[in-house]
Design a protein around this ligand. Structure first.
Ligand code: ADP
Ligand code: MG
Length: 260
């Protein structure tokens, strides 16, 4: 069976600055791929290219063998790719339920009824453990709630592929664990393939099947989390940040699985 997503030579320049530099990777159906790298390494830009928010300068993005590079965000969404935003911008005056129902309505690839949009929203809210009560507004949500709302809005479009951008930003340790488990559950229960972007590696490393590491727009390493975590180039990039915690996490996971 071929890959679900194939990215080749993907490049984005902003004027003379190359934010994403000829990157390539494949993604199999049902996989969780971690796309990691320091701030400014080109992770969100890569998502913007895949999701159609930005046209690539060069390169190819194939979904099931079909070229999708340069398509509009709406088209890409209707093909089954949903993304979350690093900075959530919900409709603040609407209920949580209505925010998600709007995503379900506009993200559906055929016209659906209001009742169906609400049903899809309720389902996405159950998956992200948010209240579906129409009286509960978005204003009251903290960082963790807003991250969940981003996920719920993406899931309500019923994607096959979810692009999750910095789902851990602003969360405490317990909330990070919960967010990681949530992504893991989404894959297991719904069979949704996931690319998970994060600049910190820790908790991500225990959930993803494979990692791709970006630095200055280029891929500097890719492979199994435990291999990537020991790669000298990756350690250098992360030196003085969380190289140690990253190795502890990966070591812990490998020990649990009896892998070493
Ligand atoms: P990451 O998500 O890895 O932190 P980004 O993909 O957001 O990084 O950004 C990569 C680089 O591209 C950064 O230097 C950023 O300033 C630059 N960049 C991103 N978007 C634009 C844009 N629309 N115009 C100009 N530069 C941009
Ligand atoms: Mg980013």
């Amino acid at each position: 069976m071929g890959s679900m997503l194939e990215v080749h030579g993907l490049t984005k320049r902003f004027g003379g600055f190359t934010a994403v530099d000829r990157i390539g990777f494949d993604l199999a159906e049902g996989e969780i791929l971690g796309l990691i790298g320091p701030n400014g390494s080109g992770k969100s830009t890569t998502f913007n290219l895949i999701a159609g928010a930005l046209p690539p300068t060069a390169g190819s993005i194939k979904l099931d063998g079909q070229e999708i590079a340069g398509r509009s965000p709406t088209e890409v969404c209707h093909l089954g790719i949903a993304r979350t935003y690093q900075i959530p911008r919900p409709f603040r005056k609407l209920s949580i339920l209505d925010n998600v129902a709007l995503a379900a309505y506009y993200g559906a690839n055929s016209l659906i009824s209001r009742a169906e949009a609400w049903k899809r929203a309720e389902d996405a809210l159950a998956l992200t453990q948010l209240p579906a009560d129409p009286g509960i507004r978005v204003d009251g949500l903290g960082a963790a709630g807003l991250k969940k709302l981003e996920l719920a809005r993406a899931l309500a479009t019923q994607p096959r592929l979810l692009l999750a951008d910095e789902s851990l930003g602003g969360l405490d340790e317990h909330e990070m664990d919960q967010a990681a488990d949530m992504l893991s559950d989404i894959r297991r229960e719904r069979g949704i393939t996931i690319i998970w972007v994060e600049h910190i590696m820790g908790v991500l490393m225990r959930v993803v099947d494979r990692c791709v590491v970006l630095d200055h727009g280029e891929i500097i390493a890719s492979g199994l989390p435990r291999d990537v975590a020991h790669d000298p180039k990756v350690i250098e990039v992360y030196l003085g940040t969380d190289a140690e915690s990253l190795q502890t996490q990966v070591g812990g996971r490998a020990a649990e699985a009896g892998a070493c």
